[in-house]
Design a protein. Sequence first.
Length: 343
Amino acid sequence: MPRTALLGHWVRELFEPDFPDRDFRLEPASADASFRRYFRLTLPDGTTRIVMDAPPDKENCRPFLKVAALFREAGAHVPVVLAENLEQGFLLLSDLGSTTYLTALKDRNLAPRLYSDATSALLALQIASRPGVLPEYDYALLSRELALFPDWYLERHLGLTPDEATQNTLHRVFSEILTNNLKQPQVFVHRDYHSRNLMVIGDNAPTFPTNPGILDFQDAVYGPISYDLVSLYRDAYIQWSEEQELDYVIRYWEAARRASLPVHADFHDFYRDYEWMGAQRQLKVLGIFARLCHRDGKDDYLKDMPRVLSYLRRTCQRYGELRPLARLLDGLEQRPVEVGYTF
């Protein structure tokens, strides 16, 4: 039986006792960069639920259930799991609506309130952190993510085979980045804490007290404290001036210090960690976007690559240890070398 029919049969079994001989409407709810699919279920009484379809041979629902419980315990607004069928890979979830931060932020006047809420939720997750609960964001995982850049962005997307000099440059720069990342204090890390996974809740959404609704958290780990922050403020899908970004990051840093989270006492040191963590994420994202295009046929992500590249280039131009990567990026795009500040 096709998965869509299997899913429909499961839903009907759940709700047939309450709504006998009534139709249910299932419609695609959101796109996903994995094999998971999400459907919005509209019941005969007009209420809605979300149905997750996670093929068991490709996805595992158990991490979603574990992290949902963990994050809810920390005070985060995540979907409530209403029913589950782990054998078939189906979950029935509460519906957090269809207004993402990315959609809401078309009105940029809403940004201060929405980002304040997102920062508060992130702090709650970090305050609740403890080791030994989630997988570690360790050297092996961080390295595998960096390898996506040469494998998918350079070779598959740009059609380049890195020569020995390029491989040596990448090896040296990746080693510097990983050394920094692994020295950072460790907390719970969502891993995709950005405007497409944060939801604006309720009819009076911009001032609703439980913003944001948080989605796509099943890959959470225990790792560097700056990771989710740089995902949020160097978002692949929406960009702010560095002046505005600095304001947001400083507000987080001040709140983190008040909460006794293990951030640097000197903001300059913290911001350096934030940028270096961003370099790791941006290299990974470029590889993932290329893979989504060339392996999965999802070429819509290509339009966001220039934004991610701009973040990466800015950081690499700023720090002497990362300058070789900046020159490599310039060479790939045949850009003139620009003079910038080095810290």
